[in-house]
Every structure is written in C-alpha cells, then in structure tokens.
Design a protein around this ligand. Structure first.
Ligand code: SF4
Length: 404
C-alpha cells in the first residue's frame, strides 16, 4: 500500500479558519511534523500534502490548507489554492477551534460543502482549551454534532482517525480494461519507449493497464510498436484487444487486422479518470476551429519538456498542419489548471494519470460550466492520425456520441 501513487489515494482535505488547529491536527494524524505550527495566524500558506495509510481504510493523502479567512495581501491567492485542493477532496474535515465561536465563514463553508455534495465532518479542535457549555451552546444553535479533539489526548486522535476512516465514501470507479477482456484472452500492449518516462521504467497508464490485464487472467503480451507484426505472426489466434500508445497509433492501426479491436492507453485513461462521452463531444468541436482561436493544452504533471514534447510541440504542430489555420496555444501544468477557461475554444488534456478521478472530473465540470469543449491527448492524436473512430469502437456509448 505504501507504493500506491497519490492519484490512486483518497484525498482528505482539512479546512478551517487560520489558527483553527488544522496543521496540528494533520501532524497528529500523520504522526509527524509536516506543516509548520505556530500561534501566528496564517502560518500555512500553500496546501501541504502527505500520503499515509489510514487504517482500517487504506492509502490516503492528508491535505492541510491555508485558512479561508486569510485577509492578508496574498490571501486571495491562498484561498484560490485552498479551493483547488478542495476540488480533489474525497472527504473534508472542517476544523473549528472549540474555544472559539462558529463564524459566518464557517457556516458558509458548510453550506458550500453541502452544495457540492462533499462528505465532511466537523471537528472542534483544542478541546482542552474550551469551556464545554460554551461550545455545546454554539453547536446546538447550529445543529452540529462535531468530534471534540485535543492533540494532547491521543485517544481523541485515534477516535478521529477511525471516524474519518469509516466516513470516506466508497465509490465504484470504472475499470481501465478488465471489462473489455475475458479470462484466457490474448491482449497485446504496444508500448514504444516514451522519452518522457523515467529511465528504465514504463509510464503509469501502461503499468496500470498491464496489472489489470494480468489480474483479468488474460495472456498479456507487451511489445514495442516495431515488434507488433512479429508478435501477431507468432500467435495461433487473433488477440482480443490491442492497446497502444497514442503516438504509435498510425503504425499499430496499419499492422493490426481490421477485425481486431484496437484502442489506446490514453482512451482507457479518459474513461478511467474522466468521462469518455464528454471527451468525444469535445472532439466533435475540433473541426469548428477558426483563425485566431486559442487552445489550452493541459498536463497534470510537471515533467521537464522534451525536445519534441508531445504536448508542447507535437500536438500543436499536428493541429496546425491539419487545420491550416492560425491557432494559438497556451499551456498549463500540474495544479495550475486555470479557473477561467472561457477564452479557449478547446481544451486538450493529457491522460491525467497523476490526477485523482475526482480532480479530473472537477476539471471536466469546470469546462462544461463554461461551455468549453474538452478532449484528451489520445483522442485528438488518434483523430489526427486517421485512427478515429476505430480507437473507440469497443465503447458503444462513446460511438453513439460520436455518430449522433
Ligand atoms: S499526468 Fe499526464 S502528462 Fe503526466 S505522465 Fe500522466 S498522462 Fe502523461
């Protein structure tokens, strides 16, 4: 469990006013000092996160945030980051000091969490400092039934850990590929060496797909694109599925018999992390682009750009060659996905393997609220290389969106 990537862990975000005791609480739960703790309000500026095993639940990330009442000069920016952190939240712990009143801001936050349908727990921290009748009166007025916690009382911390652990909502997430294959099927995974991958390793979507294919008891064959023909020739029956890296789609589509289902890792990720139908609708907007339109290319990790970088160089080049139009490109990396995307005519997002499903869905929601089409790398690359809609034929709902 300790090697579970962050993107596969449930995110627990700690919210509260400055000096509510969030950082002390996060440190106590993690059992180590992650956030600097002081009596000076506003000590936590950017969100601080820590992966840990929260038993009995399992792998989680604790996220400590800046106070939402931060009125310093940088306050607005910090609050924006707090809200970005909130977009990744699977569960929220709203911290209010027990020796303080429940403020209007606290009530607004609770209303916001309810509106966003986020599961949350109210914690009255510093319970060793409180006057019990005072806190109880405030809770009663607001119909709250919070947990009372003191970091000096280990039992209360253990009890809180347990409470959080059993309160994190369980969600059934779509599979990557296990619903597309049956036991004994042959699955070929075509993984050209990605220059952006760490030396000697495969990238996360490839590793996860190999794992899921093995778990489905499929005969799982991994080859580079140049070896695909030889692999196919060596088989005594056709594979049930070929999954390839988007950048190899032209060669792989040519080498894979037309009656063999073919898709890409990126398209599998679109379904696993996001919503395939929304991405297919986004692709339909592509041919409407005009001179002067701007596209946002968003990557959710911050890897160093390669010489012929897929997001920064190749996709813009392919789009200019295909459309023959003057299209502008802007880029975002990591957590810097812009709040306002209205200036763009299209967003092209990477597979998002470093994002949680929750965070990717939040980006899709943001685009859809602002009525901006969004598509992912795999789909646009397959389209530009003539392998679309073949690459989504195995997903009938997505094909339906494409055809109608
Ligand atoms: S987060 Fe995006 S750009 Fe980074 S490795 Fe994953 S799919 Fe590629």
């Amino acid at each position: 469990m300790s090697n579970t990537p962050k993107s596969e862990r449930k995110h627990i975000v700690f919210l509260g006013r400055r000096n509510a005791g969030k950082s002390s609480l996060v440190n106590a739960i993690a059992g180590q000092s992650l956030s600097i703790v002081s009596e000076i309000p506003g000590t936590t500026t950017d969100p601080v996160s820590k992966s840990m095993e929260l038993l009995p639940f399992g792998p989680v990330v604790l996220v400590d945030t800046a106070g939402y009442d931060d009125d310093s000069v940088l306050g607005i920016k910090r609050i924006e980051k707090t809200y970005k952190a909130l977009s990744t939240a699977d569960f929220v712990v709203l911290v209010i000091a027990a020796d303080d009143t429940v403020s209007m801001e606290d009530i607004q936050q609770m209303d916001f969490l309810k509106k966003e349908k986020l599961s949350f727990l109210v914690v009255r921290s510093k319970s060793d400092l409180m006057s019990l009748p005072f806190a109880d009166e405030t809770n009663a007025q607001l119909n709250l039934a919070p947990e009372y916690i003191s970091i000096k009382d280990e039992t209360s911390i253990e009890s809180l850990k347990n409470k959080i652990s059993v309160s994190i909502p369980e969600e059934i997430e779509p599979p990557l590929c296990s619903d597309l294959i049956r036991q004994g099927d042959i699955v070929i995974l075509v993984t050209p060496i990605d220059l952006g991958a760490p030396k000697g390793r495969l990238i996360l979507p490839q590793v996860q797909t190999i794992r899921e294919s093995l778990d489905s008891s499929a005969v799982t064959i991994v080859v580079k694109d140049k070896e695909l023909r030889a692999a196919l020739a060596a088989l005594n029956r056709n594979p049930a599925l070929v999954i390839c890296d988007s950048q190899a789609i032209t060669r792989v589509a040519a080498d894979t018999p037309i009656d063999v289902p073919l898709t890409t890792f990126s398209i599998l990720m679109a379904r696993y992390k996001g919503n395939l139908g929304i991405f297919v609708s986004g692709l339909k907007a592509f041919e409407q682009l005009k001179n002067g339109d701007k596209i946002l290319i968003a990557e959710s990790c911050t890897h160093h750009a390669q010489e012929d970088d897929i997001g920064k160089v190749k996709i813009p080049r392919w789009i200019r060659n295909h459309t023959k139009k003057q299209i502008g490109f802007e880029f975002s990396q990591g957590n810097d996905f812009p709040e306002n995307v209205r200036d763009y005519k299209l967003i092209i997002h990477c597979g998002g393997c470093m994002l949680t499903r929750k965070a990717m869905l939040s980006r899709l929601k943001q685009a859809s609220y602002q009525d901006i089409p969004i598509v992912n790398y795999g789909m646009i690359i397959s389209y530009l290389h003539g392998a679309f809609p073949r690459a989504i034929e195995i997903f009938p709902e997505a094909m339906n969106v494409w055809q109608n």
